[in-house]
Each structure stands twice: as structure tokens, then as C-alpha cells.
Design a binder for this molecule. Structure first.
Ligand SMILES: [Zn+2]
Ligand SMILES: [Zn+2]
Length: 237
């Protein structure tokens, strides 16, 4: 019976895929199986510190082994930052498609449920500088974080502020990206976050420098351990 309704829905194109508009998607909530496959969901063993490809025999990747300790307690991503994922994240944030926060946020919550060691009392997004938020009209990380909080049944708190407008990470060279975010964030509601396990959300994990700066501010202000959840990341950085 379920199959009958599913094939009828597909024929009538009632719940089109948010990406390709085919009839096999889940309306506003899920991508179709073909698009899912092209975006490459991350599975299998990953680096414990950054969620990246494990290219050593240890629990950490070579980047995490050679860098200073990551300040968070764990990091995972949902999709590989491949061609389709990159285009969809661009469509989402630069071409005014806030509705894509739903399928991305639902996929991120599913990923979070698989991480048994991750704990979260509150979901906090990486903020945009207010001038950038004004020009884009929404913060993509906050929209995803709200969906994740709703799906997991935990609190959402817009607990960080971005004090300085930084150059887009994507426009910086690798070295500059690592240096870029110092002194950029401040904690807006330290009392609300004190002692709480924080699930920090962003759209893309690149060097981890932005997430690292935000995590350090949260820990400094007295939050509990911070876990990082991002929609996409390149296999290695
Ligand atoms: Zn599709
Ligand atoms: Zn790593």
C-alpha cells in the first residue's frame, strides 16, 4: 500500500526533490536517492578530531596529528564537499534558497543521531557579521541549526556574535584561512550556555579555523564540551 502511494506521488510529482524536482524526492524534507548519491554521504571510519578522511593507521588524520589540538570534543559532516554539494550550498546561501535548510538540517540530525559519543544540550550556529546577514537576509548556519534543534528536540540558542567582518574563507589562501578568524567571535549569552554541551553548526568545514575560534570562545565563557556538526567538508584539508 505504501509503495502504491509512493509510486502515485512520484507519478503526480507531489513531493518533488528540492534539487532536481523529480518525483522521487521527499518534498521539502528529503533529496531524491539520485541526488543523495551524487552528494556522497560520508560513511565509514573518520578522523576522530575533524571528521575528515582517515589517512593514517591511528584515530587521527595527518592534518590533526600535525596541528595543535582541536578545541572541540568531536566533529562530523554529512556530505563530501563534491560538485553537487558545493553547488547546492551556493544555491542555498548566495541565491536565496532558505528552504534548503530543511533537507540539509534533517540530514544533519540523522548524522548526529548516529554519533553515540556526541552530547548536546543546546544547538548554536556560527553567526554572520550583521552587515553580511543584512545583505543575505538570513544566516544559513542558523537556519540549519534551528532545524537540527527541532528534529533532536533540544534548545536552539543564537549564542555567538561575530564582531568583525572577515574576508570570505573561500577567497583566502590556505595559510591566511587559518589565521583569519582570531578575535572574531564573542559569546552573547554566557549564562545560558554555562556548563551546557554545545552542538556548534556551520554549513562547510574547511580548515576548521572559524569553528576553532568559536569553540574557544564558548569554552572560555564557561560552556561544557563543544561538538561540531557541518553539512559538508572536503575529504581532506
Ligand atoms: Zn533529486
Ligand atoms: Zn582530522
Amino acid at each position: 500500500m505504501v509503495d502504491f502511494f509512493r509510486s502515485l506521488a512520484a507519478k503526480l510529482n507531489i513531493f518533488p526533490c528540492p534539487i532536481c524536482r523529480c518525483g522521487n524526492g521527499g518534498g521539502e524534507n528529503f533529496f531524491c536517492p539520485d541526488c543523495e548519491e551524487k552528494m556522497h554521504r560520508i560513511t565509514g571510519p573518520r578522523c576522530r578530531a575533524c571528521g575528515g578522511e582517515l589517512n593514517t593507521a591511528l584515530a587521527l588524520c595527518s592534518t590533526c596529528l600535525s596541528e595543535k589540538k582541536r578545541p572541540w570534543s568531536g566533529a562530523v559532516s554529512v556530505y563530501e564537499y563534491c560538485d553537487l554539494t558545493r553547488r547546492m550550498i551556493h544555491r542555498f546561501k548566495f541565491f536565496n534558497h532558505p528552504e534548503l535548510a530543511r533537507p540539509f538540517g534533517i540530514a544533519a540530525s540523522e548524522r548526529m543521531r548516529q554519533e553515540k559519543e556526541f552530547k548536546a544540550d543546546v544547538v548554536v550556529p556560527i553567526p554572520l557579521h550583521f552587515t553580511r546577514q543584512y545583505s543575505r537576509s538570513f544566516n544559513q548556519a542558523a537556519l540549519i541549526a534551528e532545524v537540527v534543534a527541532g528534529e533532536l528536540g533540544i534548545a536552539f540558542c543564537n549564542g555567538l556574535i561575530r564582531k568583525k567582518r572577515t574576508v570570505h574563507q573561500s577567497r583566502l589562501k590556505k595559510e591566511a584561512r587559518r589565521k583569519n578568524p582570531h578575535g572574531v567571535f564573542a559569546v552573547r549569552y554566557p549564562d545560558l550556555l554555562r556548563g551546557k554541551c554545545v552542538l556548534l553548526i556551520d554549513d562547510v568545514f574547511t580548515t576548521g579555523a572559524t569553528l576553532s575560534a568559536a569553540t574557544k570562545e564558548l569554552l572560555k565563557s564557561g560552556s561544557g564540551p563543544v561538538f561540531v556538526l557541518t553539512v559538508a567538508r572536503p575529504p581532506r584539508y
